[in-house]
Design a protein around this ligand. Sequence first.
Ligand SMILES: Nc1ncnc2c1ncn2[C@@H]1O[C@H](COP(=O)(O)OP(=O)(O)O)[C@@H](O)[C@H]1O
Ligand SMILES: [Mg+2]
Length: 543
Amino acid sequence: MPDPSPEPHSDPGATSSPSRSKTNPATQEIDVLIRARYPIIYVSTWEEERVEQSLRQIANARKKHLYTWTITQGLIKVGSEPRPGKNASNNTMDPLVALDQVIQHVEPSIYLFKDFHRFTCDERCNLTVIRKLRDVAYQIRDSYKSIIITSPLVKIAPELSKDITLVEFGLPDTRDFGKLLDRIVDEVKDNPKVKIDLNPVAREQLLQAARGLTLKEAENVFAKTLVTDNQLTADDIDIVFSEKRQIIKKDGLLEYCDTVEDISMVAGLDNLKTWLNKRSVAFTDKAKQFGLMPPRGVLLLGVQGCGKSLCAKAAASLWHVPLLRFDLGRMFSSLVGSSEENVRRAIQVAESVSPAILWIDEIDKAFAGATSSSGSDGGTSSRVFGSLLTWLSEKKSSVFVIATANDISQLPPELLRKGRLDEIFFVDLPDHSERKEIFAIHLRKRSRDPAKFDLSRLSDLTAGFNGAEIEEAIISAMFDEFSGGISMDTKLLENSVRETVPLSKTMSEELSRLREWSQGRARPASKTAAIDEQSLMRRKIEL
Ligand SMILES: Nc1ncnc2c1ncn2[C@@H]1O[C@H](COP(=O)(O)OP(=O)(O)O)[C@@H](O)[C@H]1O
Ligand SMILES: [Mg+2]
């Protein structure tokens, strides 16, 4: 029978509840779950200290005791005097004994079991603990006791799935970093050797630069910047930022990309550029107030070397948001089993630095890997993609996904389903005027005046070339120029073009398959794509 008595100190007017404005969303969620008497809450995080801090707040506000359990110390009441030997004789290091104690306690309490995933994973040796947990879940359902499990890994045996509620504990926000910084500054401020010079703007930038790190990582970074030169000033913002990039890359699947490319360096692809331009305000508060949802993402599908990756980089500088490249190759080379956690962390990092662009380059290759290895890795790859797709369809954060693909045959239909992405663009070979523009852009980039070249003639000669091949032709002509001691002109470029066999010639079958598929399924990225197709058909006949 449910206990009819009210939750202790939980009258609606109570001011002691962990205040909404001061706590992070995960703390609020845990608080709600505890009050709703969810017996076992599983918090996936690397930051058990932050969870413990949150639970202290909740326990204080709700007048409950807080216990922690570790395999080394057993069950200990937080705030009680450590009594060496006592816990050992209690033998609560044994999870079964500890869980028995949880049942026996009568006072309202929260129990934090750290790294308990070893006992909840689906292994034979855990049979008794798993059964015991289910018993405990049943017995404490009507009490004021809750079990919280923290672990960096989510390992839940199927039998437990109905008894355990999973909570993602997001990375710290700038407020958390602010408190951390205050503490560090407080510790060193009396030291005459140390100089702290941070105005409010620089401080805010420093905190922003730490976003995406765990609290521990941020602490290390702040401490390191301080120790290196005994100062904490506006100059340290860049150091924090570059340290962050290294940390995130070192143990994760994300890479911060420097984007020098801007949208003016992309020739053609007018539909796509207009689309991106329109959304450059999409992540502003103004757009939100207007009632616009943050856009989810696009898939850029199409011919190799035609500017898909270039557009991802250009979009980031157009929108002034960080570009995070999701390293798919690394995901598959990492040890099986850690992939899901890595994806989780990547998503968390992206969300914590949002608004941001999450760039998944050549996603088709990864899906090819997923199908071919599904038999050998116990389905990890497909689970990983499952979670990525679920995140895509449920996400509300301002993380915009740009996926690129050269091949449609490997793409799972779920990815293409409406609601996952906003739009699929088909990027075709550049047409006559786009090729002229590509020549002009790349000549200008190398300090050559495009007006001195017969761009129209060069464009005639490069039908079927992609952007990358045009760029290559220019580079190769520059080598001729450099070694031959002659200056570059249309003629020299013509020669270089003639030496190139465009990929489209050898891959014409794949190309028509791609074009056929995209008809009606994807929007052309270029305004003139259809006309270009006709010109290509003509050329085929000529060949
Ligand atoms: N539309 C374009 N405008 C300007 N440069 C282009 C264009 N398409 C390709 N390029 C050049 O070719 C290079 C390779 O293109 P990339 O974006 O990597 O192709 P994709 O990702 O479609 O295979 C680019 O870095 C750029 O220098
Ligand atoms: Mg590419």
